[in-house]
Design a protein around this ligand. Sequence first.
Ligand SMILES: [Zn+2]
Ligand SMILES: [Zn+2]
Length: 350
Amino acid sequence: MSDMCKAAVFTGVGKIEIIDIKKPVPKSNEVLVKLKACAICTWEQRVYQGINKVDFPFIGGHEESGVITAIGEDIDPKLWKVGDRVVVGLMTSCGVCHNCRIGEEGCCTNFNYENRIGGLDIKGMGGFSEYLAVPLSKIFKIESDLSDEEAALVEPLSCVVHSVNMVDIKFSDSVVVVGAGIMGVFHAMLARLKGARVIIVEPNDQRLDFMRKLGFNECINPSKQNAIEAVKSLTNQEGANIVFNTVGVSKLAEESVEMSALYGKVILYSSYHPDTPISLSPNRLHRRMTEVIGSANSNTTDFITALNILDHKIIDVKQLISKVVPFKDIEYGIKEGISPLTYRVVVKFD
Ligand SMILES: [Zn+2]
Ligand SMILES: [Zn+2]
């Protein structure tokens, strides 16, 4: 067996190359995972575009699934074995800092893009490498016939599970989802599962058509009508009980607050680029008892929940995989992913 494997490495802005790297060797308490699929997140697209700054060379990829090909000697072979299909997650968390120990691995304080993880020689998150050495706390067993590509969407879904769990959605609550990219679609799907009536705000007509196909018929196009007024007119002038903003534009965070009802809850899901400060009336928050809540990343519980949702076919994510590209064409995949008309592009390893 060769002690080398391949990895796609960002070598500069707008540059990604497939090179040979040393194949990671699992420690006694780790497994070796051969990756099968890795979805390309906005985060990696921003690295490619030079918006997210990293030091090169850098291995991106953090939405991955694979199969165990070797297990460390201290691992109980009754629990984990070669051939088990797994989702790999939370690779950037240390497991020992305060936040990790209270179950908030997504807010690990030792997280650093300079970290080398997965036993790789090059820094980065590692999902664009053929192999990763992974501690047991970071693998999640796939229990169904879920495809490798679908399983790669557990990570983004886990972040939305975290976001939706920030609030208590009640039957017939009016929930507005601002933005109908993949994260908006996930929010809409999960809010509907919780019994909400879901209203979509999205300026792209093709994305709105897709939402209607999924059965979300209350759609507002803010380039054609005032979104705040439209939400109010759909809610008897009361506003929405819950608003999820999935678009990283500060102005939309302000508008999300304006759309919310008495006792409304506004969840700021996306990160903001640029991070322009917003202006909110303190009296508006005071008099209408508005809660503005942030949500970022996900933790172990969210991963387990997200994988359960997909394993048990509670939602169907096949329709969100816009393209599957072979590993050798990863650069093409990243470029395709940047288009607003793709949801997720997934890289498939041989
Ligand atoms: Zn991601
Ligand atoms: Zn930590």
